[in-house]
Design a protein around this ligand. Structure first.
Ligand code: B1M
Length: 207
């Protein structure tokens, strides 16, 4: 029932309750994946549906996102606990023109949790910045996130720029509108629908 309280608190933009209930679930031993998926992520899916239906508008989406981030912040140390030596370097960011960062942050946290060194470039990142940083950091993987159909072409230009630079760095992509077919079409090295899948993918690529 308390998971439902987290879900409802995100929908009520009630950051304090999200924090308190998330902490209470953690303290009570609830599985982190359950808190994440059934509480926080499913609430954002509901927000998206209400936005599509014209029942919510951008300011409300933003407030819900803030509330969700407050919960994520509490989960973060537990997602990345117990790791020491880096297993490889991942440069991650949301592509040019796109300001959505919650899913990207989740992928980033789970990669850190799995022991990778993660260089998070934030949002609205252009191809040059991805290529330059990956070269500087000798990155194994560049991980691109996009939430808008209109910014998916930025993924294509980044994948192309990486290939043109002749780098060994591999590219993976993800985000709500992205598919395996799109990854194949633009020549990305991998696609995942969610954060745990992205971690598995990077492990496969680096091994
Ligand atoms: Co925006 N927005 N938004 N928004 N927003 C969506 C994406 C939308 C689907 C809502 C809708 O219409 N139903 C829609 C996109 C339609 C489309 O193009 N297909 C949309 C729109 C239209 C817009 C604006 C254009 C609205 C406007 O201004 N008119 C605008 C664009 C701004 C811009 O980017 N230039 C906009 C703005 C915003 C806010 C700023 C208000 C806010 C973002 C706040 C923030 O991120 N800091 C926001 C939000 C919150 C959403 C919704 C409601 C929630 C997104 C989210 O955080 N989900 C979203 C509706 C929805 O997706 N349900 C919507 C939770 C998150 C955990 O999931 O990011 O999908 P997600 O990540 C998942 C997977 O996709 C995957 O892993 C995660 C789960 O494990 N994943 C990867 C993500 N990246 C990955 C990378 C990988 C692998 C997996 O490998 C590299």
């Amino acid at each position: 029932m308390a998971i439902l309280d987290i879900f409802n608190a995100v929908l009520a933009f009630d950051e304090e309750t999200v924090k308190a209930k998330t902490q209470a679930e953690l303290d009570g031993g609830t599985d982190i994946g359950t808190i994440l998926n059934d509480g926080l992520i499913s609430a954002m899916d509901e927000v998206g549906e209400r936005f599509s239906a014209g029942e919510l508008f951008v300011p409300e989406m933003l407030m819900a996102a803030q509330a969700m981030k407050a919960g994520l912040k509490i989960l973060k140390p537990h997602l990345s606990a117990g790791q020491s030596k880096s297993k490889g370097v991942v440069v991650i960011g949301t592509v040019k023109g796109d300001l959505h960062d919650i899913g990207k942050n989740l992928v980033s946290m789970m990669m850190e949790g799995a022991g990778f060194e993660v260089v998070d470039l934030g949002v609205d990142v252009d191809s040059e910045k991805f290529v330059k940083t990956a070269a500087e950091k000798s990155a194994d993987v560049i991980a691109l996130s996009a939430l808008l159909t209109t910014t998916m072409p930025s993924m294509e230009s980044t994948v192309k720029a990486v290939k043109e630079a002749g780098m060994a760095t591999r590219t993976i992509i993800g985000g709500a509108p992205v598919t395996q077919a799109f990854a194949d079409q633009i020549g990305a090295d991998g696609y995942s629908a969610d954060a745990p899948g992205a971690v598995k993918l990077v492990k496969q690529i680096i091994s």
